[in-house]
Design a protein around this ligand. Structure first.
Ligand code: NAD
Length: 477
């Protein structure tokens, strides 16, 4: 099958009958790709009822069988990876190449395989003459997974892989901007999973609101904006659903004095511009010591000006459009405000209409005051503000003076100095001489308004479980 007929075959599985549903545009060309179902709250209630009915049987299959089925689901994703990557590239905008669509499909498979094979053992709490007490982890029930539009497939897998592994069933509500690729991936996984274990319900924001408030939802895995996350916390007062909240960030990087700019420029660039900046844990502010400032700015501007941007299906491109108009408007507004504040646009600083409606040139903004909106707010796009500092303590204070704390990074030619400095960052993760790298066994989560709860690895399995203490007689009998 050609790529376009393979994408059409995927769409045929998920599209509603002719004339129904919502047209979803190609992020780059704005042509319609296909139609997504617009399901109702009644459809959602039905899906949750089916997932609830399926859950005991899924749990009863046991870890070994679930593991086999999840590995088979990962194989199914691999078998459809190229078609899914094409659909994702068109719907989300991210190019096939670079750390983008094909990379995202590879991550889906890798994460799911790790979930399938990671074991969460009971924890022996006391084992003496009188008492044997263990903490065991059991399925929570029905998990609601609510996702964003920036890494729609990978984040869905992060949410559903551990839950399925632990014996939960899952109802997924994809972002209304990227429903097609998520529904297509779920359909591929459902080739091998039992019925009703994994159900997608696509619709408007009210579906997310109802999912998070539903009395039969035991746990909500949410990734998205802090504003929506707060609403989910409010909803959880009713059903007391457990929550994992992965929300907005405004990650800072700090380049310490004495760092070789040439050695770090490429990694700095991709730390900020991965997925054209539309990444939760991308570097969104860079603090650079005065002694290396000009060299770092020039090196980053050189890369930004030369990296190919355009339609994601063109194999040469590694940067794409903003995914949607509201996000394009946020980036434009923040860069215009930076100009008005006297910041220096080293490269970019404007839209790229010749590429398409939602393209914005990779932008490096230098000599920007720390209190400018582009520094203080999450831009979520291809525009990096670089702040000059002379006093290291002040740089850390400025980096930490925001109410979010997802990731952060410290850059230095002296790894010891970087490690010493790293823990001064107020963030869920701090990287040394890189930014944004994730691993399926290394927990990930935010502090402050970036959320709570951990994903990945053994901690991720715990977060979709409920605990039970089993307490019995000790060795004396
Ligand atoms: P968003 O909050 O607008 O939407 C996220 C999801 O929530 C969508 O599926 C939406 O339909 C749903 N939703 C809307 N209203 C709801 C409600 N009242 N109750 C329940 N669900 C509701 O976020 P977005 O614009 O899609 O994503 C961008 C944001 O996500 C950025 O702030 C980014 O930093 C953040 N993000 C965080 C991470 C992370 O891991 N921390 C990862 C990716 C994105």
């Amino acid at each position: 099958m050609t790529d376009s007929s393979a994408v059409s075959a995927l769409l045929d599985r998920i599209q509603p009958p002719e004339g129904e549903g919502r047209e979803i545009p190609d992020a780059a060309t704005r042509e319609t790709i296909g139609r997504a179902p617009v399901q109702t709250v009644a459809d959602l209630d039905d899906a949750i009822a089916r997932a609830k009915a399926a859950q005991p049987g899924w749990e009863a299959l046991g870890h070994e069988r679930r593991s086999e089925l999840l590995l088979a689901a990962a194989d199914a994703i691999d078998a459809n990876a190229e078609a899914l990557a094409h659909l994702l590239s068109r719907e989300q905008g991210k190019p096939l190449n670079g750390p983008n669509a094909r990379f995202e499909l590879g991550a889906c498979s890798a994460w799911l395989r790790t979930n399938a094979t990671t074991v969460l053992e009971p924890q022996v709490l006391v084992d003496d003459e009188n008492l044997h007490a263990e903490l065991v982890y059991k399925a929570a029930g029905v998990v609601g997974a609510i996702g964003p539009w920036n890494w729609p497939l990978m984040i869905t897998i992060w949410q559903i892989g551990p839950a399925l592994r632990m014996g939960d069933t899952v109802v997924v509500k994809p972002s209304e901007y990227t429903p097609l690729s998520v529904l297509a991936m779920l359909s591929v996984m459902n080739e091998v999973l039992p019925p009703d274990v994994l159900i997608g319900v696509s619709g408007d924001r009210e579906i997310g609101a109802r999912l998070s408030a539903h009395p039969d939802i035991a746990k909500v895995m949410f990734t998205g904006s802090t504003a929506t996350g707060r609403k989910i916390v409010e909803a959880s007062a009713g059903n007391l659903a457990r929550l994992t909240l992965e929300m907005g960030g405004n990650d800072a990087g700090i380049v310490l004095p004495g760092t070789d700019p040439a050695a770090i420029a490429e990694d700095l660039f991709w730390g900020a511009f991965i997925n054209t900046g539309q990444t939760c844990a991308a570097m969104k502010r860079l603090y650079v010591h005065d002694s290396v400032y000009d060299e770092v700015v020039d090196a980053l501007a050189g890369i930004a000006a030369s990296v190919p941007m355009g339609n994601g299906l063109d194999e040469a491109n590694v940067l794409g459009p903003l995914q949607n108009k509201p996000q394009f408007d946020i980036v434009s507004r923040l860069v215009e405000d930076a100009k008005a504040r006297g910041a220096r646009i080293v490269t970019g600083g404007e839209a790229a209409p010749e590429l398409g409606e939602l393209f914005y040139r990779p932008t490096i903004v230098a000599d920007i005051p720390n209190d400018a909106a582009l520094v203080q707010e999450e831009q979520f796009g291809p525009a990096l503000p670089i702040i000059r500092y002379t006093d290291v303590d002040e740089a850390f204070a400025q980096a930490n003076a925001v109410d979010v704390g997802l990731g952060a990074s410290v850059w230095s030619s002296d790894p010891e100095a970087a490690r010493d400095a790293a823990t001064r960052m107020q963030s869920g993760t701090v990287w040394i001489n890189s930014h944004g790298g994730l691993h399926p066994m290394v927990p990930f989560g935010g502090v402050k308004s970036s959320g709570y709860g951990l994903e990945f690895g053994v901690e991720g399995l715990k977060s979709v479980s409920v605990t039970q203490v089993v307490s019995g007689p000790g060795r004396k009998g």
